[in-house]
Design a protein around this ligand. Structure first.
Ligand SMILES: [Mn+2]
Length: 326
Protein backbone atom coordinates (compact mmCIF):
# COMPACT_ATOMS: atom_id res chain seq x y z
CA UNK A 1 0.00 0.00 0.00
CA UNK A 2 2.69 2.48 1.00
CA UNK A 3 4.93 1.33 -1.83
CA UNK A 4 2.06 2.16 -4.12
CA UNK A 5 1.40 5.62 -2.69
CA UNK A 6 5.08 6.50 -3.09
CA UNK A 7 4.85 5.64 -6.80
CA UNK A 8 1.68 7.72 -7.08
CA UNK A 9 3.44 10.70 -5.47
CA UNK A 10 6.47 10.29 -7.75
CA UNK A 11 4.20 10.31 -10.81
CA UNK A 12 2.32 13.37 -9.57
CA UNK A 13 5.60 15.26 -9.08
CA UNK A 14 6.64 14.30 -12.61
CA UNK A 15 3.26 15.26 -14.06
CA UNK A 16 3.04 18.86 -12.79
CA UNK A 17 5.04 21.91 -13.92
CA UNK A 18 4.32 23.92 -10.77
CA UNK A 19 4.49 22.43 -7.30
CA UNK A 20 3.47 24.31 -4.16
CA UNK A 21 4.82 22.96 -0.88
CA UNK A 22 3.14 23.71 2.45
CA UNK A 23 3.80 22.57 6.02
CA UNK A 24 2.40 23.37 9.45
CA UNK A 25 2.32 26.85 10.92
CA UNK A 26 4.91 27.63 13.62
CA UNK A 27 7.30 25.35 11.70
CA UNK A 28 9.98 23.22 13.35
CA UNK A 29 13.09 21.55 11.95
CA UNK A 30 11.06 18.76 10.35
CA UNK A 31 8.54 21.11 8.72
CA UNK A 32 11.21 23.42 7.30
CA UNK A 33 13.66 20.58 6.57
CA UNK A 34 11.10 18.54 4.63
CA UNK A 35 9.72 21.46 2.60
CA UNK A 36 13.13 22.90 1.78
CA UNK A 37 14.61 19.47 0.93
CA UNK A 38 11.63 18.69 -1.30
CA UNK A 39 12.10 22.02 -3.10
CA UNK A 40 15.85 21.51 -3.53
CA UNK A 41 15.53 17.90 -4.74
CA UNK A 42 12.74 18.61 -7.23
CA UNK A 43 14.60 21.65 -8.59
CA UNK A 44 17.84 19.69 -8.95
CA UNK A 45 16.07 16.73 -10.56
CA UNK A 46 13.65 18.59 -12.83
CA UNK A 47 15.16 22.02 -13.61
CA UNK A 48 12.13 23.11 -15.67
CA UNK A 49 9.65 22.80 -12.81
CA UNK A 50 8.72 25.75 -10.60
CA UNK A 51 8.64 24.92 -6.89
CA UNK A 52 7.43 27.28 -4.16
CA UNK A 53 7.19 26.97 -0.40
CA UNK A 54 3.93 28.69 0.59
CA UNK A 55 4.31 29.78 4.19
CA UNK A 56 3.10 32.29 6.75
CA UNK A 57 6.08 32.00 9.04
CA UNK A 58 9.64 30.71 9.32
CA UNK A 59 11.85 29.75 12.24
CA UNK A 60 15.18 31.15 13.38
CA UNK A 61 16.18 27.75 14.78
CA UNK A 62 16.91 26.31 11.33
CA UNK A 63 17.43 29.52 9.35
CA UNK A 64 20.99 28.26 8.71
CA UNK A 65 19.52 25.86 6.13
CA UNK A 66 19.21 28.84 3.82
CA UNK A 67 16.63 30.79 1.88
CA UNK A 68 13.23 29.23 1.31
CA UNK A 69 12.70 31.28 -1.84
CA UNK A 70 9.94 33.58 -3.04
CA UNK A 71 6.34 33.02 -2.01
CA UNK A 72 3.97 31.93 -4.78
CA UNK A 73 1.45 34.37 -6.24
CA UNK A 74 -2.14 33.24 -5.98
CA UNK A 75 -2.13 32.66 -9.75
CA UNK A 76 0.68 30.14 -9.35
CA UNK A 77 -1.79 27.84 -7.60
CA UNK A 78 -3.85 27.50 -10.79
CA UNK A 79 -3.39 23.98 -12.07
CA UNK A 80 -0.58 23.30 -9.57
CA UNK A 81 0.17 20.26 -7.45
CA UNK A 82 0.07 21.10 -3.74
CA UNK A 83 2.03 18.95 -1.28
CA UNK A 84 1.35 19.42 2.44
CA UNK A 85 4.16 18.15 4.69
CA UNK A 86 4.22 17.35 8.41
CA UNK A 87 0.57 18.01 9.25
CA UNK A 88 -2.73 16.28 8.57
CA UNK A 89 -4.86 19.09 9.97
CA UNK A 90 -6.21 21.60 7.39
CA UNK A 91 -6.33 24.49 9.88
CA UNK A 92 -2.62 24.07 10.68
CA UNK A 93 -1.49 24.34 7.04
CA UNK A 94 0.90 27.23 6.36
CA UNK A 95 -1.19 28.66 3.50
CA UNK A 96 -4.67 30.09 3.00
CA UNK A 97 -4.61 28.97 -0.63
CA UNK A 98 -3.62 25.33 -0.41
CA UNK A 99 -7.05 24.15 -1.63
CA UNK A 100 -6.73 26.26 -4.78
CA UNK A 101 -4.32 23.87 -6.48
CA UNK A 102 -5.47 21.13 -8.85
CA UNK A 103 -4.55 18.15 -6.67
CA UNK A 104 -3.42 17.77 -3.07
CA UNK A 105 -0.84 15.33 -1.66
CA UNK A 106 -0.39 14.97 2.11
CA UNK A 107 2.74 13.40 3.65
CA UNK A 108 2.61 13.19 7.42
CA UNK A 109 3.65 11.23 10.51
CA UNK A 110 1.11 12.51 13.05
CA UNK A 111 -1.77 10.36 14.30
CA UNK A 112 -4.49 10.79 11.69
CA UNK A 113 -7.41 13.01 12.69
CA UNK A 114 -9.45 12.67 9.50
CA UNK A 115 -9.30 12.23 5.74
CA UNK A 116 -7.23 14.95 4.07
CA UNK A 117 -5.85 15.26 0.56
CA UNK A 118 -6.44 13.51 -2.77
CA UNK A 119 -3.40 11.32 -2.09
CA UNK A 120 -2.27 10.79 1.44
CA UNK A 121 0.83 9.02 2.77
CA UNK A 122 0.56 8.97 6.55
CA UNK A 123 2.60 6.70 8.83
CA UNK A 124 2.28 7.75 12.45
CA UNK A 125 5.03 5.41 13.69
CA UNK A 126 7.64 7.26 11.64
CA UNK A 127 10.30 9.38 13.26
CA UNK A 128 9.76 12.40 11.01
CA UNK A 129 8.49 13.44 7.62
CA UNK A 130 12.13 14.03 6.71
CA UNK A 131 12.75 10.31 7.34
CA UNK A 132 9.79 9.42 5.11
CA UNK A 133 10.88 11.59 2.22
CA UNK A 134 14.52 10.54 2.59
CA UNK A 135 13.25 7.01 1.99
CA UNK A 136 11.11 8.24 -0.90
CA UNK A 137 14.05 9.96 -2.61
CA UNK A 138 16.34 6.92 -2.17
CA UNK A 139 13.60 4.49 -3.33
CA UNK A 140 13.59 6.39 -6.61
CA UNK A 141 17.26 7.31 -6.68
CA UNK A 142 17.39 7.09 -10.46
CA UNK A 143 14.75 9.82 -10.68
CA UNK A 144 15.99 12.20 -8.01
CA UNK A 145 19.18 14.19 -7.52
CA UNK A 146 19.78 14.46 -3.76
CA UNK A 147 22.24 17.29 -3.24
CA UNK A 148 24.34 17.71 -0.11
CA UNK A 149 22.28 20.81 0.77
CA UNK A 150 19.04 18.80 0.52
CA UNK A 151 20.60 16.00 2.58
CA UNK A 152 21.45 18.53 5.32
CA UNK A 153 17.82 19.71 5.41
CA UNK A 154 16.63 16.09 5.73
CA UNK A 155 19.19 15.23 8.40
CA UNK A 156 18.22 18.32 10.38
CA UNK A 157 14.54 17.30 10.34
CA UNK A 158 15.37 13.76 11.43
CA UNK A 159 17.59 14.79 14.35
CA UNK A 160 15.32 17.57 15.60
CA UNK A 161 12.06 15.56 15.47
CA UNK A 162 13.69 12.52 17.10
CA UNK A 163 15.46 14.48 19.86
CA UNK A 164 18.81 13.38 18.38
CA UNK A 165 17.64 9.78 17.72
CA UNK A 166 16.17 9.35 21.21
CA UNK A 167 12.38 9.56 20.84
CA UNK A 168 9.90 6.83 19.96
CA UNK A 169 9.79 6.29 16.22
CA UNK A 170 13.58 6.03 15.95
CA UNK A 171 14.10 2.69 14.20
CA UNK A 172 16.78 0.73 12.34
CA UNK A 173 15.30 2.30 9.21
CA UNK A 174 15.85 5.80 10.65
CA UNK A 175 19.52 5.09 11.27
CA UNK A 176 20.00 3.45 7.88
CA UNK A 177 18.47 6.43 6.12
CA UNK A 178 20.50 8.87 8.24
CA UNK A 179 23.62 6.89 7.27
CA UNK A 180 22.79 7.34 3.59
CA UNK A 181 22.51 11.09 4.17
CA UNK A 182 25.92 11.14 5.88
CA UNK A 183 27.34 9.40 2.80
CA UNK A 184 26.27 12.49 0.83
CA UNK A 185 28.58 14.60 2.99
CA UNK A 186 26.22 16.03 5.62
CA UNK A 187 28.21 18.24 7.99
CA UNK A 188 26.50 17.17 11.22
CA UNK A 189 28.88 19.13 13.46
CA UNK A 190 27.76 22.31 11.76
CA UNK A 191 24.09 21.32 12.10
CA UNK A 192 24.42 20.63 15.84
CA UNK A 193 26.39 23.86 16.27
CA UNK A 194 23.28 25.71 15.08
CA UNK A 195 20.48 23.68 16.64
CA UNK A 196 22.02 23.08 20.07
CA UNK A 197 22.96 26.64 20.98
CA UNK A 198 20.78 29.26 22.63
CA UNK A 199 20.95 33.02 22.87
CA UNK A 200 22.29 34.28 26.18
CA UNK A 201 18.96 35.94 26.94
CA UNK A 202 17.15 32.62 26.46
CA UNK A 203 19.46 30.85 28.92
CA UNK A 204 18.64 33.55 31.50
CA UNK A 205 14.93 33.24 30.71
CA UNK A 206 15.07 29.46 31.13
CA UNK A 207 16.23 29.92 34.70
CA UNK A 208 13.44 32.44 35.33
CA UNK A 209 10.84 30.08 33.89
CA UNK A 210 12.05 27.21 36.07
CA UNK A 211 11.04 29.31 39.08
CA UNK A 212 7.42 28.84 37.89
CA UNK A 213 7.70 25.04 37.76
CA UNK A 214 4.92 23.12 39.49
CA UNK A 215 4.58 19.41 40.15
CA UNK A 216 1.42 17.35 40.67
CA UNK A 217 1.30 14.71 43.42
CA UNK A 218 2.43 11.97 41.05
CA UNK A 219 5.18 14.11 39.48
CA UNK A 220 3.72 15.65 36.31
CA UNK A 221 5.92 18.75 35.80
CA UNK A 222 4.37 21.87 34.31
CA UNK A 223 4.88 25.57 33.80
CA UNK A 224 2.02 27.95 33.12
CA UNK A 225 3.31 30.86 31.06
CA UNK A 226 0.80 33.70 31.25
CA UNK A 227 0.82 36.80 29.06
CA UNK A 228 2.08 38.64 32.16
CA UNK A 229 5.10 36.34 32.43
CA UNK A 230 5.71 36.65 28.69
CA UNK A 231 5.80 40.42 28.96
CA UNK A 232 7.75 40.56 32.27
CA UNK A 233 10.53 38.41 30.81
CA UNK A 234 10.20 39.74 27.28
CA UNK A 235 9.67 36.18 26.03
CA UNK A 236 9.05 35.33 22.43
CA UNK A 237 6.46 32.68 21.53
CA UNK A 238 9.33 30.48 20.36
CA UNK A 239 11.18 30.69 23.69
CA UNK A 240 8.00 29.94 25.60
CA UNK A 241 7.21 27.08 23.23
CA UNK A 242 10.64 25.48 23.61
CA UNK A 243 10.62 25.63 27.39
CA UNK A 244 9.41 22.01 27.65
CA UNK A 245 13.08 21.20 27.12
CA UNK A 246 14.14 22.78 30.40
CA UNK A 247 11.96 20.41 32.46
CA UNK A 248 12.39 17.20 30.47
CA UNK A 249 14.98 15.49 32.66
CA UNK A 250 13.34 15.39 36.08
CA UNK A 251 13.67 11.97 37.72
CA UNK A 252 10.27 10.38 38.38
CA UNK A 253 8.51 12.83 36.07
CA UNK A 254 7.42 10.92 32.97
CA UNK A 255 5.04 13.65 31.75
CA UNK A 256 5.94 17.33 31.46
CA UNK A 257 4.28 20.27 29.76
CA UNK A 258 4.11 23.99 29.30
CA UNK A 259 0.88 25.95 28.97
CA UNK A 260 1.28 29.18 27.04
CA UNK A 261 -1.43 31.82 27.20
CA UNK A 262 -2.80 33.05 23.88
CA UNK A 263 -3.79 36.69 23.43
CA UNK A 264 -7.46 35.64 23.79
CA UNK A 265 -6.88 34.10 27.23
CA UNK A 266 -6.96 30.44 26.13
CA UNK A 267 -3.85 28.31 26.66
CA UNK A 268 -1.84 26.26 24.20
CA UNK A 269 -0.43 23.16 25.89
CA UNK A 270 2.75 21.47 24.70
CA UNK A 271 2.96 18.03 26.32
CA UNK A 272 5.89 15.63 26.28
CA UNK A 273 6.39 12.22 27.92
CA UNK A 274 8.59 9.19 28.35
CA UNK A 275 6.81 5.82 27.92
CA UNK A 276 3.33 7.15 28.80
CA UNK A 277 1.00 7.72 25.86
CA UNK A 278 -0.53 11.15 26.40
CA UNK A 279 -2.00 11.70 22.93
CA UNK A 280 -5.48 10.37 23.88
CA UNK A 281 -5.70 12.97 26.65
CA UNK A 282 -4.58 15.74 24.27
CA UNK A 283 -7.30 14.61 21.90
CA UNK A 284 -9.91 15.21 24.62
CA UNK A 285 -8.74 18.81 24.80
CA UNK A 286 -8.92 19.84 21.12
CA UNK A 287 -5.46 18.51 20.36
CA UNK A 288 -3.41 15.56 19.19
CA UNK A 289 -0.02 14.76 17.70
CA UNK A 290 2.15 11.80 18.59
CA UNK A 291 1.89 9.16 21.34
CA UNK A 292 4.50 10.92 23.50
CA UNK A 293 4.49 14.47 22.09
CA UNK A 294 1.23 16.32 21.63
CA UNK A 295 -0.50 19.67 21.76
CA UNK A 296 -3.87 20.76 23.18
CA UNK A 297 -5.94 23.89 23.74
CA UNK A 298 -7.32 24.79 27.16
CA UNK A 299 -10.19 27.25 27.24
CA UNK A 300 -10.96 27.98 30.91
CA UNK A 301 -9.60 27.69 34.44
CA UNK A 302 -11.94 24.74 35.08
CA UNK A 303 -10.71 23.00 31.99
CA UNK A 304 -7.10 23.64 33.05
CA UNK A 305 -7.74 21.98 36.38
CA UNK A 306 -9.39 18.94 34.75
CA UNK A 307 -6.65 18.66 32.16
CA UNK A 308 -3.84 18.65 34.74
CA UNK A 309 -5.83 16.16 36.85
CA UNK A 310 -6.33 13.83 33.84
CA UNK A 311 -2.58 13.88 33.17
CA UNK A 312 -1.83 13.27 36.85
CA UNK A 313 -4.21 10.28 37.02
CA UNK A 314 -2.73 8.80 33.84
CA UNK A 315 0.82 9.37 35.15
CA UNK A 316 0.10 7.88 38.53
CA UNK A 317 -1.60 4.78 37.01
CA UNK A 318 1.29 4.27 34.64
CA UNK A 319 3.90 4.49 37.40
CA UNK A 320 1.92 2.07 39.56
CA UNK A 321 1.77 -0.47 36.73
CA UNK A 322 5.32 0.07 35.49
CA UNK A 323 7.62 0.55 38.45
CA UNK A 324 10.62 -0.41 36.30
CA UNK A 325 10.56 2.94 34.49
CA UNK A 326 11.74 5.29 37.23
MN1 LIG B 1 7.40 16.27 12.21
Amino acid sequence: MNENIKTVILNKIKEYDTIILCRHIRPDGDAVGSSLAMKKVIEASFPCKRVFIDRKDETDQVAFLGSEGALPEEADLNGALVIVLDTGVPKRVSSDNFLKGKELVVIDHHIKEGEFGDFSWVEDHRNSVCEMITEFFFDFKDEFVITKEAAECLYTGIVTDSGRFRFRGTSPKTLNLAAKLLELGVDYERIYAYIDVKDYVDVINDSRLVSHLKMTDSGVAYIIITNQIMSDYNLTQATAYNSTQIIENIKGSLIWLVLIENPDGTFRARIRSRFVEIEPIARNYSGGGHACAAGATIRSADEMERFIRDLDVCHSEFKKNNPQYF
